[in-house]
Design a protein around this ligand. Structure first.
Ligand SMILES: *Cc1c(COP(=O)(O)O)cnc(C)c1O
Length: 406
């Protein structure tokens, strides 16, 4: 048997040793007169240079190029550019999760001794980050019911940031971004908006006055339940600060996942339209089912924030997320979730298939009973992520499952 390490001639006539073959084979395929029609995955942690001069030129910004993927990668930049363009922001950045994007956005705007105002109904992770991490760093926090209370009286001289979600989770209330932006700016505070549930197809918070928009790209921007990622969109000035913090905290998005997101974004408009059209049909069905005591969907005229949704949302679309409450509360919920067959219990959202979630035990699991009550999240509330499936079949499955509740 030949030993792997032995020198022997091969077809190329250049690479002789096993190690040389292993390390250098295939390199020529990166050079070609034709180009990939799609943005290729540049799956590399670092980039190579022919000489010190070119390395120096890239560092100094005199030549375009990349150095190290934590600092930048072509696919991640392509993703960021798509997001900046569709959001009408100057620049965007992509991170390895929504929480990374959210944490960096907040960190970039606050310092010890500052005060932050946040909506009392928020994604559980964001709520915990603000309540535990920011507070640990010496930041004062006020949680405010931004739908029913006037936030003006909560501002202090040291308030530097306000944090809200376009559509509250899981009560699906549309937030008056325009009003909150105006008040925030009058107190010299920046407004950060989590637009995950709406997407830029439905709402563009920067155009309504927000300063920074953040996303869990894990949800609709991806849309296929196969990527965990986050996005931040803002002015160049804000993005520069977030970029510097991101370099040091280091939640780099894999170029492979960035590539999947680029691919997903090409169909975002089609998907969000279909999610929304399906959701309004399902919401109307639930409104007419006597066993359903309450339907939360911003596109229903019975929604307390319908007029805000009409004012702030585009294309007459209201998103794919809705919640319901059932007669019999918690016990009925357990029965319903057991009765559903193709509609799975999934502690996330925005996939191609319709799924359910139980916020009291998933996204808001960390909330105490008092916090759940304050956030108006009852134990009889089921959240539904309406998929791209045939909506008549989905309605039929809910109808059967509800009729069989014990
Ligand atoms: C899922 C979610 C997050 C957190 O994003 P990850 O990608 O899971 O880190 C933040 N905000 C909202 C509204 C979400 O739904």
């Amino acid at each position: 048997m030949e030993k792997n390490t032995s020198e022997k001639s091969d077809n190329s006539g250049e690479m002789k040793s096993f190690a040389s073959k292993l390390i250098h084979s295939g390199e020529k395929y990166t050079e070609s007169v034709s180009r990939s029609k799609t943005i290729p995955i540049v799956m590399t942690s670092v980039f190579s240079f022919d000489d010190v001069e070119s390395l120096d030129a890239v560092y100094e910004g005199d030549a375009s190029g990349y150095i190290y993927t934590r600092n930048g990668n072509p696919v991640n930049d392509a993703l960021s550019e798509i997001m900046a363009n569709i959001e009408e922001g100057e620049r965007a950045l992509a991170y390895s999760s929504g929480m990374a994007a959210i944490a960096l956005s907040l960190i970039s705007q606050v310092k010890a001794g500052d005060h932050v105002i946040a909506a009392s109904v928020l994604y559980g992770g964001s709520y915990q980050f603000i309540k535990t991490e920011l507070v640990r760093f010496g930041i004062e926090v006020s949680f405010v019911d931004v739908v029913n209370e006037d936030i003006t009286k909560y501002f202090r001289p040291n308030t530097s940031a306000v944090y809200v979600e376009t559509i509250s989770n899981p009560t699906m209330e549309a937030i008056d971004i325009q009003h909150i932006a105006k008040v925030s700016h009058s107190f010299n505070a920046k407004l950060i908006v989590d637009n995950t549930f709406a997407t830029p197809i439905i709402c563009q918070p920067l155009l309504l006055g927000a300063d920074i928009v953040v996303y869990s790209a894990t949800k609709y921007l991806c849309g296929h339940s196969d990527v965990t990622a986050g996005i931040v969109v803002s002015s160049t000035e804000n993005i520069d600060r977030i970029y510097s913090a991101g370099l040091l905290y280091g939640p780099t998005l894999s170029p492979f996942d960035a590539w999947l997101l680029v691919r997903s974004l090409r169909t975002l408009e089609l998907r969000v339209k279909q999610h929304s059209q399906n959701a309004i049909k399902l919401a109307k069905y639930f409104e007419n089912n006597p066993f359903v005591t309450k339907v939360y969907y911003p596109g229903l005229d019975s929604s307390p924030t319908y007029s805000i949704a009409r004012k702030n949302f585009q294309n007459n679309l209201f998103g794919g997320m809705l919640s319901i409450e059932l007669q019999g509360g918690e016990k009925s919920v357990y029965s319903l979730l057991r009765n559903l067959k193709t509609i799975k219990l999934v502690p996330s959202l925005a996939g191609v298939s319709t799924s359910t979630s139980y916020p009291a035990k998933t996204s808001h699991r960390s909330f105490s009973d008092a916090e759940l009550k304050k956030a108006n999240i009852s134990k009889g509330l089921v959240r539904i992520s309406v998929g791209l499936d045939d909506i008549e079949s989905v309605i039929a499955e809910f109808d059967k499952a509800i009729s069989e509740i014990e």
